[in-house]
Design a protein around this ligand. Structure first.
Ligand code: PEP
Ligand code: MN
Length: 453
């Protein structure tokens, strides 16, 4: 389980980890001074890992199972974590929400649910524009707390390499709390079930009564049979984020002492975003060298050829579980665009786990001016994803969500009906709108019904 620090002689690069430096890297900050960046990178290069290679390998096995339909992935968390919200209460609420959803999905899927947070490192954001103008003043855009501050002042918006180290430290503390919650009895199945009963007390959710009653009976049946509930007191929980800032990810790469292979130590799973997945770009090149399971977001303009080429580049050995395609086509396009991609990728014999991100293809601006999403669109994209895979005989392997455990008002709709006027009440996200706690659980009940069908 040990991980040694890189011991690569200067001027050599046997693992190819630095080959990305010669290529175009999109969405990178312009750091104001090279010396302070170099000092931070030097410290991060010898810092303790957040995760170890053996855990990443376990996740590869779990994702391979999800790709075969023998497990189902639930990946969720903020669009952008913030340093200010990295406290125990907020983290606990997120973990609790994911655990509650997982129980419902496990029942629906009748398979294990692989639980993964967009958590403990989700601090860097790709943006559609490098700059932002307000009242005639133009400043660099906000790129996530790992890079600069959200406040609209020149000082705050100037990228600061010290933030890379702060992101590492806060991510480490977050990972520590997540491990405590998921290993220390907080995740006990009976307790999670009680939380779900609390949720069901609200008459707004009466339509999920049948599923909730079935789960309740299943748990009582297990109890009556003398099931070992002590074995169900802990859960496996994996960490993930978008691999965006290459200086950060490169500095936190370690050589695995068992195998000699490089692994990202910043998270178990890293994904490449829709804006940085160029076949000849720096992100694809860098991620091709780390042995962790990885994902690529695929938007509606993805051609089957693009997807196949990405798979050949990122998973040349065609190992199951190594590569996950996270499709985010939009509710209006998923049924038109996804079939061709899935069909041709499958025909090419590519091993991939298919996951739906029903958030990023469904972002709109509300009449009152908020960046939001409609709950019905989110569910419609998931429905379309299932329809496409069912029609082709391929496997819908999981769900990638932007969510929070708190009662925010960022996404329109849900049984408790958040309206355009209601968005203002508690709109907290700095980037994309997240499902709140209730909307997240509701999603789980609806997806469980899709999995049962
Ligand atoms: C995200 O996951 O927050 C994101 C930016 O997604 P995408 O790369 O799919 O646009
Ligand atoms: Mn987002």
């Amino acid at each position: 389980m040990s991980s040694a620090v890189d011991s690569v002689a200067p001027g050599t690069d046997p693992d190819g980890l630095d080959r990305f430096r010669g290529l175009e890297a999109r969405q990178q900050p312009v750091w104001p001074d090279a010396d302070s960046l170099a000092a931070v990178v030097a410290r991060l290069s010898v810092a303790a890992p957040l995760v170890v290679p053996a855990e990443a390998d376990t996740l590869t096995d779990r994702l391979a199972a999800a790709g075969r339909g023998e497990a189902f992935l639930l990946q969720g968390g903020d669009c952008a974590e913030t340093f200010a919200d990295a406290n125990a209460t907020r983290i606990r609420n997120k973990v609790r929400t994911i655990l509650q959803m997982a129980v419902v999905l496990t029942h629906g899927a009748s398979t294990p649910v692989v639980k993964m947070g967009r958590l403990a490192g989700q601090y860097a954001k790709p943006r559609s524009s490098d700059e932002e103008t307000r009242d005639g003043v133009t400043l660099p855009c906000y790129r996530g707390d790992m890079v600069n501050g959200h406040a609209f002042t020149s000082g705050s918006r100037t990228p600061d390499p010290a933030r890379l180290e702060q992101a590492y430290r806060i991510s480490t503390a977050t990972a520590n709390v997540v491990r405590a919650f998921t290993q220390g009895g907080y995740a006990d199945l009976r307790r999670v079930h009680e939380w779900n009963r609390g949720f069901m007390e609200n008459p707004a959710y009466a339509r999920y009564e049948r599923t909730a009653t079935e789960i309740d009976r299943a748990i009582r049946f297990m109890d009556a049979c003398g099931a070992d509930f002590d074995a169900l007191r802990t859960v496996e929980f994996f960490l993930s984020h978008e691999a965006l800032i290459l200086d950060y990810e490169r500095a936190l790469t370690r050589i695995d002492a068992r195998t000699g292979k490089p692994y990202a130590s910043s998270a178990h799973f890293l994904w490449i975003g829709e804006r940085t997945r160029q076949l000849d770009g720096a992100h694809v090149e860098f991620l091709s060298h780390v042995a962790n399971p990885i994902g690529v977001k695929l938007g509606p303009t993805t051609s089957p050829g693009d997807a196949i080429a990405l798979a050949r580049r990122l998973n040349p050995e065609n190992r199951e579980g190594r590569l996950t395609f996270i499709t985010r086509m939009g509710a209006g396009r998923v049924r038109d665009v996804l079939p061709d991609v899935v069909e041709k990728v499958t025909a090419a014999g590519v091993a991939v786990t298919w996951v739906t991100d029903p958030m990023h293809g469904n972002t709109i601006t509300s009449e009152s001016g908020y960046k939001t999403r409609r709950f019905t669109d989110v569910l419609d994209e998931v429905t379309g994803f299932f329809e496409v895979h069912r029609a082709l005989g391929t496997v819908p392997g999981g769900l990638h969500m932007e969510l929070t455990g708190d009662d925010v008002t960022e996404v329109l709709g849900g049984s408790e009906e958040i309206s355009d006027a209601g968005l203002a009440e508690r709109y907290e996200t700095l980037v994309d709108p997240r499902l709140n706690h209730q909307q997240s659980l509701e999603t789980a009940f609806q997806v469980a019904e899709m999995l049962t069908r």
